[in-house]
Design a protein. Sequence first.
Length: 431
Amino acid sequence: MSDSSSSLSRNPWAWVPSLYFAQGLPYVVVMTLSVIMYKNLGLSNTDIALYTSWLYLPWVIKPLWSPLVELFHTKRAWIWALQFLIGAALALVALTIPGPKAFQMTLAVFWLMAFASASHDIAADGFYLLALPQRSQAAFVGVRSTFYRLANIGGQGGLVYLAGELQERSGSVQTAWSLVFGLMAAAFVLLGCFHLALLPRPTADTPGAGRRAAGGLMTEFLRVFAEFFRKPGISISIGFLLLYRFPEAQLLKLATPFLLDSAEQGGLALSTKQVGIAYGTVGLIALTLGGLLGGWIISRVGLKRALWPLVLAMHVPNVIFLLLALTMPGHLALISAGLAVEQFGYGLGFTAYLMYMILVADGPHKTAHYAICTGFMALGMMVPGMWSGWLQQQLGYTLFFAWVLVATLPSLAMTALIRVPAEFGKKEDPA
């Protein structure tokens, strides 16, 4: 496959890290920081899992408007404009936390932020596919995953720790989280300014709508979708996208509540600051290293040879949570080490998933088709997450984590069914 955007005005290291840091931050805010904040505010696990899982919906349905991003204006323009909008949404969260009906108001703003973030994902992923030739995409998939995870570390680690520190100093959960969101708003506006000035301008990043009559827009829109569903073996691919993260979708929603809940509730009774250290910093650093190693492995041996080792690396370490629930260790270092092992494996396995989405999306409408892939990924995270809080409260943490291990079976079955070209993803592959 040739790529007309192979002539770049800037080295990818100058923009890939910051672009995927900016992509990761609002996602971790909506999907993770909201969980911790609502737990601090006293909501039940059932309510937290249900309402925050609904926030996946914009990522599920984003394929419905992804062709519009491809047809109207450049992806570069979409990127920086949406970053300013996300910054404004973060500021709104900071303002609404201390007010009346904080839960309803913040949830509404999280919905706005989720739609803006999902649209930003479409533009950023499309920009990545246009601005790098395919032989570089495998090498940089680990880099993009790494800086996406660094955003997670900054948000789920540093900012959660800061929220815990501010809670202790101010004595107010509302004040602490309001200050944290205000800080994020300022940081995101700065990221928007950076990308407005410094993103490259690949020749392939041109809007398509200007060359089409308005009456033909819907025809083009439907054609892009139809081409995706006509891809060979697409039903198996969709099944893989939906079920690969089936166990993780349930685990992720209950991981931080498990760490924060008291021993009487079956949790590990960590403070907010300790969660920021153990899960948000140590764990995510391990996840980042796993993502880097996974990208390097795929670039060396190809996705086909790496697939099963990376899949097993992702799912087997989920046993760590079951062991933590059974043994209830009281030492932060031991808990952090266990989380690091689990997250390192997750980083390895998720890199394989990213590369498979690139394979499925390959073609003349790779931006829209990649967005469709991520929509199925989000659906696979949303639905299991919605019932996970209720299920945990029915089973308790120990039996819930045992169920998560059983839930790996559909993922393994779909992995056995997909087909990957022998040399796909290898750095030296010119195709």
